[in-house]
Structures are given as structure tokens and as C-alpha cells.
Design a protein around this ligand. Sequence first.
Ligand code: CP
Ligand code: NVA
Length: 314
Amino acid sequence: MRSPDLVSIHALPREDVLEILDLAARLKKDPGAHRGVLEGRTLAMIFEKPSLRTRVSFEAGMTQLGGHAIYLGPADISMGKRESVADIARTLEGMADGIVARTFSHQAIVDLARCASIPVINGLSDREHPCQALADFLTIREHLGRTEGVRVAYVGDGNNVAHSLMDAAVKLGAHLRLATPADYGPDPGVVDRARAGAERTGATIEVGRDPAAAVAGADVVYTDTWASMGQEAEHDRRVAFFRPYQVNAAVMARAARHAIFMHCLPAHRGEEVTEEVIDGPASAVFRQAANRLHVQKALLVLLLGRPSGAPRSG
Ligand code: CP
Ligand code: NVA
């Protein structure tokens, strides 16, 4: 892997994305592979927000690879309040071999990566969720045998998950159609940079308002919560805007017959998705969740498994 960190899929060379997915697939087939490769290594995990999948997959991944993970929750270090991001980065690089950070501000993760000489992995920011999108495309590739030309429909909020799906679709040559309410579309800057990169890989990125049009003939139908972490106070107001964007049986019926339903979880049955869809035969959500472990292990091997003192880039 050429990139020293995983802050954004956008910043990864396409070869890095393929290397992560290929190693994740190998680790899934042979979970004992690379056992012990991180013996004596420590991962510091900074979480400003709650987590089930991200925390457990990184912690279990470190255990399986012979290393150790330390959880630093919101009450532990108060990034930017008790101590500056730069001071945290420079302290951790003297004690740990890598950092996972889940933050509100995306810039905080950018700054951590800039200040720390050890690898930094984005475990979700308000803008991006790269580890999720890598696991998502591993799941898509397992289902369809390829990523190039795959038609993915994303229905709902133009949020961090949507942004990283866009970045990953571009690297992997997929066709992504988003349908969001007018005031809840993706960041135009992320859309522009995605479209600029899409030409090189044959990917396409379409952003619209109509869920039925987005889903028509899709291989994958994806949604996420209508109110992300940090937006809880807006929940009731958002629900009113998002009601027409619920993924239900009628929406799934417009997709291809072999289509799968995906959701990064946690899910809210009766809001962004109905029970019949998320718990139905087309749902891939728990395979998708399990794939977080294999992708996290691949990232840990590639980023933290370098010999000590090896250059972080080049
Ligand atoms: N999908 C995901 O990142 O889940 P958690 O918030 O539980 O980590
Ligand atoms: N968009 C959601 C994803 C949770 C994994 C959030 O940021 O809360």
C-alpha cells in the first residue's frame, strides 16, 4: 500500500484500494493468515462518537493479528478541548503504532494524519466513512463477482457514507446513482472531485431527487440513517423530509431481480428501511457488517505491519 494513512478513499491510489480488497478477501478465506504479524504493536482508537462495528472490528482485528488495541472514548481525551490534536498526535506516536479516529470534524483527522508519524485511519468523520465503503465494495464484489459497471443506488441522506461510497465507486468503476431530498444532498465539492476522477475508471456519478429513478434496474440498493450521529436534535424535522426516501418492498421491486439491499448499520426499521426489506432475503447487511472485520485486518496488516522504522510512503 503506497498511502501512509487512510483519511479518505479519494486520496488513495486505485491500486491501494484493490490491494486492500484483495487482502481482505484472502483474510476472509483464511482468518489465521498473518497471525502474529502485529505482535507487540499497539493501536490507539480515539472515538468521539459511539460505535459497535468499527470499534469491535478494529479491536478484534488487532487481537487476531497478535497486537493490542486501546479504546479512548469521549470522556478520555477530549480532543481539541483537553489537549490539541497536534499534541495528541505527537504523544501517541511515541507510544503506539497506529491511530484510528472517529470524530465530528473531518479536519481533525486530516490534522492527526499531518501531525503524527504513525498511520492514521479514519473510523468515520462527519464527512467520510472510508472503512465502511471498502467493506461495502468487498460485499458487492462477492455478490456480483466484479465492481466495474455495477449499478449502485443510494437513497436517502447525502452524508458521510454516501460521500465515501462515491469515492469508492470512482476508484472501482461502478455506476452510482444517488437520490436525496433537495436540502440533504451530498457535498458539491465531493461530487465534483468524484466526477473529475470518474472518467479515468469508467465510473459514473448521478445525483438526483427521485428514488424510483435511482433504483430502476440497480444491482445494489443502499440506504443509511436519516439523522447521523450529532444530528439527533434534527431527527423529527428530518423524518418529514425523508419519508418519500424509505426503502421498502415497492422500492426494491424496481431494482434488478438479483439486487441486494445494503445498509452500514445501525438501522432504524420503519424509517429509512422497512423490516421486510432489511430482514428479507435480499438483505446483505450482516455480511456487510462482518466484512468490516476483514477489511480492517487488511488495513492493519498493510499500514501497521510494515517493519518498524520503514518509510511511511513512497
Ligand atoms: N457502520 C458503522 O460504522 O457502525 P458503528 O457506528 O457501529 O461503528
Ligand atoms: N451516517 C451515519 C453512519 C453510522 C455508521 C452516522 O454518521 O451516524
